[in-house]
Design a protein around this ligand. Structure first.
Ligand code: AP5
Length: 212
């Protein structure tokens, strides 16, 4: 398995890029945030455990997340190009991936966006509760107001995209990120990416990185 992890603050564009790369170029996109939201919707035990942490903008405990990702990756064929979006978020999560030959990380792309850009990106985000497509009220508006371009479902705001929870998520990110960046840098796997650009420009740069 060839695993690329996307690191970066909430709102840095990891999900937007990973989704497009999977649709256009066949990468398998695994988002732990999406997995947890789906588990909450289905009222699965892992979702019930995670919900309070997510609603408060805190991280779900490592033990829960490591079990979830190990179970998911165990069913992915060996010859797959995987993009992990939102995992790892802590050094123990990174070590858990690297501890097994099959799930060793190949590279970590670090999405860099100034913090003053992140809050408006997140509070303006609207998502489709049916197909998961993500939009932005100003930067990436849907063609028809409040309506998903793909499946015509009414768009919603994620419950953790309110300004108060966004600020807490950014605070949590700051406490974990330095260690994670040092970890991958120390293993010569870190690639910094200026992600404060247009979506298509970032995508072109990512494709070059992923094809290396
Ligand atoms: P998760 O869903 O992973 O949230 P996140 O990391 O906070 O990331 P986001 O989805 O908010 O941001 P993104 O970088 O994907 O940005 P996006 O592309 O959507 O996690 C949610 C929660 O689950 C966590 O808080 C935690 O509780 C829990 N969790 C998940 N994984 C965990 C783990 N491993 N360990 C512990 N807990 C875990 O873009 C954002 C907005 O900007 C969109 O509106 C988009 O349209 C717009 N946009 C994107 N790119 C651009 C651009 N280039 N220019 C302008 N606008 C843009």
């Amino acid at each position: 398995m060839n695993i690329t992890v996307f690191l970066g603050a909430p709102g840095s564009g990891k999900g937007t890029q990973a989704k497009q790369l999977s649709e256009k170029f066949g990468f398998v996109h695994l988002s732990t945030g999406d997995m947890l939201r789906s588990a909450i919707k289905q009222q699965l035990p892992v979702g019930l455990k995670a919900k309070t942490f997510m609603d408060q903008g805190n991280l779900v405990p490592d033990s829960v997340m490591i079990e979830l990702i190990e179970e998911t990756l165990s069913s992915v064929p060996d010859d797959t190009n995987v993009i992990l979006d939102g995992f790892p978020r802590t050094v123990p999560q990174a070590q858990a991936l690297d501890s097994k030959p099959k799930t060793k990380v190949s590279q970590a792309v670090n999405f860099l966006v100034p913090e003053n850009v992140l809050v408006p990106r997140l509070t303006g985000r609207r998502v489709c509760p049916n197909c998961g497509e993500s939009f932005h009220l100003v930067f990436i508006p849907p063609t028809k107001k409040d309506t998903c371009n793909k499946c015509s479902t009414t768009l919603i705001q994620r419950s953790d995209d309110t300004e108060e929870v966004v600020r807490r998520r950014l605070e949590v990110f700051r406490t974990q990120n330095e260690g994670l960046v040092s970890y991958f840098s120390g293993h010569n796997k870190l690639i910094n990416l200026n992600a404060d650009k247009a979506v298509n420009t970032i995508q072109d740069e990512l494709l070059k990185i992923l094809k290396q």
